[in-house]
Design a protein. Structure first.
Length: 493
């Protein structure tokens, strides 16, 4: 059916081709939600006419895009700029990650700067666990496509409590060569809002995990200079969801009986892939008390492949099923993702037998994330979400004091710049510039065994959002913070 301009009758434009798929329409009379059927056939495109808007096709091709793209605009939890995670060493966390590219005695250098591994003796095994307590509470409002207030709550606490483990081992050979391996999580995201919150059309659940296995080697080129190289095998796993305003979709198509917010559904996407990268580093010890380190981690490319799952209200399924049974069927899709390069420069100064100072300057190449392009295994056109992120810097200062033969105390402060701005910030991670305040301690039980403790408080600087999704606009601010609690053990033999 098409709209008859003379009589004002409405209908659905016939598709160019039929997929043969069907909606299971149980509960149609009551308008309750039903899951869309699964189809592996090609899905048709909603045609554009002068009298019929193209919102259904738009929603089909961009719900996944908004999901992945929104998640990347954010982390387990994200606690460095963007969705980067620094929590691979509790010992380093105690001094706000100052000097990570130069410090000896911490086997996380396998992935922070492999050149430092030559400063170890024998074999060192280290296990780290950081528990991240993220708190993000939204205060704001929204308007739907007709300018009416969006219903729903402020979403509750979008954060969660998430453990981030790491495991590393370093073995020093007798010829100035050292080898190491480490499992860590360099990037991630986890936020979840109440199902009925005011920004449900922009974000519901975001769960992104990136796990690395790093294998590194290092060699002394002189008594004071060493270099290192590592290869990285990485796994990315993404699960994201958001509400879909089918009421707005059909209201824009001028289907009687539908208004924005009158028929909510759900879109959930999943995707995963493996990627490979590398890290290179150098460590220079100009004096017996000063050391300088630099490392560079490469970008890693992923081709995410997975599925888009749709929950469609029964009354919407009835309308769409009469004219276009191929719309909003579960099916495959994919997207390209690139995690950024990281340049890390660190230095330490052993002032005296008791006091050591450390510093870090790091730059993350977020400009590599210019856009996210979603490709579907059907005739739908690619969907592109622009990001326009910028490179960021991280700066930290730390101090460590040897209290006695059994205890060392440390502390630090850091500033972490966000890659995004108000124009591109989303509720998946309301990222903002942030300050780290850290404390830590090492308990040396004997010559072979240490236990490290760390605490960090992260304070973002008044994150705000102004985002539009599916015709609705949400504006407001966040009261957010994160508390990081860590413990690690190191055994040497």
């Amino acid at each position: 059916m098409q709209q008859d301009v003379r009589t004002g009758q409405y209908g659905i434009v016939r598709p160019r081709r039929s997929s043969g798929g069907e909606f299971r329409q149980g509960g149609v009379d009551g308008g309750g939600p039903v899951r869309a059927g699964r189809s592996t056939r090609q899905q048709p495109v909603w045609e554009r006419t002068r009298h019929m808007a193209t919102t259904p096709r738009f929603m089909h091709t961009t719900a996944l895009a908004f999901g992945i793209a929104g998640a990347l605009a954010f982390a387990g939890q994200a606690h460095a700029a963007g969705f980067q995670l620094k929590e691979n060493s509790v010992k380093s966390m105690g001094s706000a990650f100052a000097g990570t590219a130069a410090k000896t005695g911490d086997s996380s250098v396998v992935t922070n700067n492999p050149a430092v591994m030559t400063q170890f003796a024998g074999t060192t095994v280290q296990a780290d666990l950081t528990v991240i307590d993220l708190n993000y509470e939204f205060q704001g409002s929204g308007r739907d496509a007709l300018g009416r207030p969006l219903t729903g709550s402020n979403g509750g606490n979008a954060g969660d409590v998430t453990p981030v483990p790491a495991l590393s081992v370093v073995h020093k050979l007798d010829n100035g060569v050292a080898l190491g391996a480490m499992i860590s999580a360099p990037f991630g995201l986890k936020t979840e809002y109440d199902a009925d919150w005011v920004g449900r059309y922009a974000a519901q659940t975001s769960d992104v995990k990136v796990i690395d296995l790093t294998l590194s080697g290092a060699i002394d080129l002189s008594d004071r200079f060493s270099v290192g190289l590592g290869v990285i095998a990485s796994r990315a796993d993404v699960t994201l969801s958001r509400a879909v305003d089918f009421g707005a979709l059909l209201a824009q198509a001028r289907v009687p009986g539908f208004l924005p917010q009158s028929a909510d559904g759900l879109a959930e996407i999943q995707g995963k892939d493996n990627g490979f990268g590398w890290i290179v580093g150098a460590h220079f010890r100009p004096t017996d008390t000063v050391s300088v380190g630099v490392s560079y981690r490469s970008e890693i490319d992923y081709e995410l492949h997975g599925t888009a799952d749709w929950t469609v209200p029964g009354n919407v399924a009835a309308v769409l099923g009469q004219a276009q049974p191929g719309l909003f069927l579960d099916g495959p899709g994919g997207a390209d993702l690139t995690t950024p390069s990281i340049l890390n420069v660190g230095a330490t100064w052993q002032v005296n037998d008791a006091l050591m100072l450390s510093a870090t300057y790091a730059q993350t190449g977020w400009e590599s994330l210019r856009e996210v392009r979603i490709e579907f295994d059907n005739p739908d056109a690619d969907s592109v979400e622009p990001f326009e992120w910028r490179d960021t810097y991280f700066a930290a200062l730390g101090a460590e004091y040897k209290l006695n033969e059994s205890w060392k105390l440390r502390g630090g402060v850091a500033y972490d710049e966000t890659p995004t701005n108000l124009e591109h910030r989303t509720p998946r991670l309301p990222d903002a510039n942030r300050i780290f305040y850290s404390l830590g301690a090492t308990w040396t039980m004997n010559d072979a065994f240490d236990v490290n403790f760390g605490y960090t408080r992260i304070e973002p600087r008044d994150p705000k959002i102004d985002t539009t999704s599916g015709g609705s606009r949400v504006t407001g601010g966040y009261d957010g913070n994160a508390n990081l609690f860590g413990v690690s053990a190191q055994y040497r033999f």
